[in-house]
Design a protein around this ligand. Structure first.
Ligand SMILES: NC(=O)c1ccc[n+]([C@@H]2O[C@H](COP(=O)([O-])OP(=O)(O)OC[C@H]3O[C@@H](n4cnc5c(N)ncnc54)[C@H](OP(=O)(O)O)[C@@H]3O)[C@@H](O)[C@H]2O)c1
Length: 328
């Protein structure tokens, strides 16, 4: 029997890599997509086959995290063995502008999905996309035992989703796990997230299409990994014998300034000639430093990050240069 997976957030960075991974492993993949007036499937267009195709294994369904009854009927009709819950309002800075919406989707969305699974008695394994932003102000290194101290509406909403996932595991004996993922990036990262904003700007400046790059806090330190490796960790969590929560990280720390320097260096430019500060990109409450300790994922899941920041920067800048050159 073909194994079925349901993926929320399939049009996002991680969802697109996860869909590739699951299809390569022989799964039938069902993705939740939002109805929009413009196409929002750019990241998975290369995987999609039309409704008439034979032996189709990727199916897309309209739905929204704010619509609980739709989640119930969809899960009841699909009957997936694995549910990967990746959809969220995932932008930390935007969560300060839209705290209520972020709570509704990023927080309550998890409850709606868990409750849909419970209501229909679906026998499945559930993955919750938890985040290092839940650690917030707690100093690094952070692991599964570290106390949480979120510093944004996004972090607080994710923490609610984290505890709901644990609660459904403990209360209803569900195989429900939290992947506490530290930042992970790729050429498919949204253009407004700082790493992609930098790689894209560097490529545009190098090609003479832009002159300046405006950034907020350059001193924030993050543990940045490579997204395709992180979706592999998600899958491994759901194949494990017992449900548990795992930190997924590289264990290294770089500042935004380091990322900027590496990116400009890669194309032979001096970053200080091009970068300006703009306070509008700063957060009302900042998270100074996140560095993950992924020892548990390493020992129990056999997972270890291979790509580190210097290589990640090169991958992202080269991809943006190639994309812009092709546009010509
Ligand atoms: N990337 C990281 O560094 C990182 C780290 C830790 C945790 N996470 C979490 O991991 C998950 C995946 O991250 P990502 O980087 O792939 O995020 P992303 O690129 O921003 O993708 C978010 C996805 O959620 C969907 N979505 C948003 N609101 C929705 C709603 N109301 N109903 C249904 N779908 C909705 C988006 O659909 P549209 O395409 O229509 O917008 C998109 O497919 C997120 O939950 C994120 O918070 C990410």
């Amino acid at each position: 029997m073909v194994k079925k997976a349901f993926v929320t957030g399939i049009t996002g960075q991680d969802g697109s890599y996860l869909a590739e991974l699951l299809l390569a492993k022989g799964y039938e993949v069902h993705g939740l997509i939002r109805r929009a007036s413009t196409f929002n499937t750019r990241r998975i267009d290369h995987l999609y086959e039309g409704p008439q195709a034979e032996d189709k294994r990727l199916f897309l369904h309209y739905g929204d995290l704010t619509d609980g009854s739709r989640l119930v009927t969809l899960l009841a009709s699909i009957q997936p063995a694995e549910v990967y819950h990746l959809a969220a309002q995932s932008h930390v800075r935007v969560s300060f502008d839209e705290p209520e919406y972020t709570g509704d989707t990023t927080g309550m969305g998890t409850t709606r999905l868990l409750e849909a699974i419970r209501m229909i008695g679906l026998d499945c394994r559930f993955y919750q996309a938890s985040s290092s932003e839940m650690f917030g102000a707690t100093p690094p290194p952070q692991n599964e035992e570290t106390p949480f101290y979120p510093r944004s509406p996004y972090g607080a909403a994710k923490l609610y989703g984290y505890w709901m996932t644990r609660n459904y595991r403990e209360a209803y004996d569900m195989f429900a796990v939290n992947g506490i993922l530290f930042n992970h990036e790729s050429p498919r990262r949204g253009e407004t997230f700082v790493t992609r904003k930098i790689s894209r700007a560097v490529a545009r400046i190098k090609l003479g299409l832009d002159q300046r790059l405006y950034l907020g806090n350059l001193n924030a330190c993050r543990d940045w990994g490579y997204a395709p490796e992180y979706v592999e960790a998600m899958w491994r969590m759901l194949q494990h014998d017992t449900p548990a929560d795992y930190v997924v990280a590289t264990g290294t720390s770089y500042s935004v300034k380091d990322f900027v320097t590496l990116a400009f260096d890669h194309v032979g430019l001096d970053w200080e000639q091009y970068v300006d500060h703009d306070a509008r990109y700063e957060r009302p409450t900042e998270v100074d430093s996140l560095i993950g300790d992924a020892a548990k994922a390493n020992s129990e899941l056999g997972w270890k990050a291979q790509v580190h920041v210097p290589e990640l920067v090169r991958i992202m800048v080269d991809a943006d240069l190639a994309a812009l050159t092709q546009e010509d």
